[in-house]
Design a binder for this molecule. Sequence first.
Ligand code: ATP
Ligand code: MG
Length: 232
Amino acid sequence: MFIHILNLKKSYQSGVVTTEVLKGIEMKLEKGGIGVILGPSGSGKSTLMNIIGGIDRGDSGSVVVDGIEVNQLDDNKLTTYRREQIGFVFQFYNLVPSLTVSENIEVVSHISHSPLNMDEVLEAVGIKDKKHRFPRELSGGEQQRVSIARAIIKNPKLLLCDEPTGALDYSTSRSILQLLQQVNEKYGTTILMITHNTAIAAMADRVFKLRSGEIVAESVNQIPVPAERIEW
Ligand SMILES: Nc1ncnc2c1ncn2[C@@H]1O[C@H](COP(=O)(O)OP(=O)(O)OP(=O)(O)O)[C@@H](O)[C@H]1O
Ligand SMILES: [Mg+2]
């Protein structure tokens, strides 16, 4: 199993109040699979994803990603894990405004062990002709393509997407979902994606419904639907 989580718990302390945000999460996702996490605002989706990606730490339980027990890594090893194995895509692209498209991507490829070829990645995400532009000169959908390129140039084993289409209109959202499915097929990248949109779950191999820090339902799609056929 590529992702295997057992009894993961996480609380946040604010003053004297402790809030349990993850209450014993169990989760499995196979290598090369697409997983979708659904759930209402505040249910713990981003917290869970951030722990899987080594941005945050769980309090207890086991989080194994490709044989690595993430929760047991010291700070240096956690940073290396995050840098080398994980690609992140967020709702609001987080591009560096003063750098061009190719420079934004280059920053990541420089610190990677076995980066993919820049032109190949630009081609794959469909922004080769825009590589000398600055983020402000791009549409939202194009900026998200750049952020996906930046995430995949390091050839991560796992791509974590937190509401990747949250800021995009209908048709742009669909093209970004198609792109993520293409990345999954072309590079064999395992993808875990958070969304509020239940229709998107059809493209996943596995769907996890989170509510108040617990997985309340899990389903398996034997035949995931190609993103271009999903409508909502
Ligand atoms: N650093 C933090 N300190 C204290 N509480 C936090 C922190 N991060 C998250 N929380 C709390 O944990 C709960 C879960 O937050 P989380 O961001 O994981 O939710 P979410 O499911 O991603 O929500 P959304 O759909 O709105 O993004 C929320 O109640 C939030 O207020
Ligand atoms: Mg969130």
